[in-house]
Design a protein around this ligand. Sequence first.
Ligand SMILES: [Zn+2]
Length: 70
Amino acid sequence: MKTNEQGPTPIAAQPEAETSPKCGRCGASMVRRQAKNGPHAGKLFWACSTFPKCRQVIEMGSPGGGVISS
Ligand SMILES: [Zn+2]
């Protein structure tokens, strides 16, 4: 059944305002992660939910969400 009603689409799950981006490599949704160690320790970034199958990551904090293209 289709509705032509306009309005905000109720998004289930994710209470955070930020919507998770799609992986540019495999199309899977991405999950928010925090670097535990290394030079970027403590930094938040988006990682592909299929990690380690796909290691696509998107840096957080840059305006508009900086995509790391490889
Ligand atoms: Zn991916």
